[in-house]
Design a protein around this ligand. Structure first.
Ligand code: FES
Length: 136
């Protein structure tokens, strides 16, 4: 860890061995309903998954970058996850609209399904995601 990555938050409650918080960006990098930050999420069963975090209703909201309709990344233009009005996360492929806080699809071909949510918090001026720290 380098000096600009901040101090990790306290350990999460009940998590698998080897899991913990990793900083993915500064808090200031996320503007309310603005561009998202893409990152690789080391989870279980695969070395890394594409993922992203945005700010919605003042809080970081993170998901795997994988549409619930067809498993493709949502952002046609890297980091552009919100619609023009900043209301919903939108899949660039067929236009599914997702609630940015819950990941629930509210319109489109996968209505009623959800994005895979990741645990995200802000601490010490950074955004932190819960992940498997033993992969990489
Ligand atoms: S692939 Fe996302 S809406 Fe079809």
């Amino acid at each position: 860890m380098t000096g600009d990555e901040g101090v990790p938050p306290p350990p999460a409650g009940s998590v698998p061995p080897g899991w913990g918080w990793r900083s993915v960006c500064a808090s200031t990098a996320l503007v309310e309903r603005g561009a998202g930050v893409r990152f690789a999420w080391p989870g279980q069963g695969r070395s890394e998954w594409p993922a992203f975090v945005v700010r919605a209703d003042g809080r970081p909201s993170a998901f795997l970058n994988r549409c619930a309709h067809v498993p493709v990344e949502l952002d046609g233009e890297p980091g552009r996850f919100f619609d023009d009005a900043g209301l919903y996360l939108v899949c660039a492929t067929h236009g599914a609209c997702y609630d940015a806080a819950s990941g629930l699809c509210v319109a489109g071909p996968c209505r009623g399904k959800r994005l895979s949510a990741l645990d995200a918090i802000e601490h010490d001026g950074r955004v932190w995601i819960l992940m498997n720290l033993e992969i990489r």
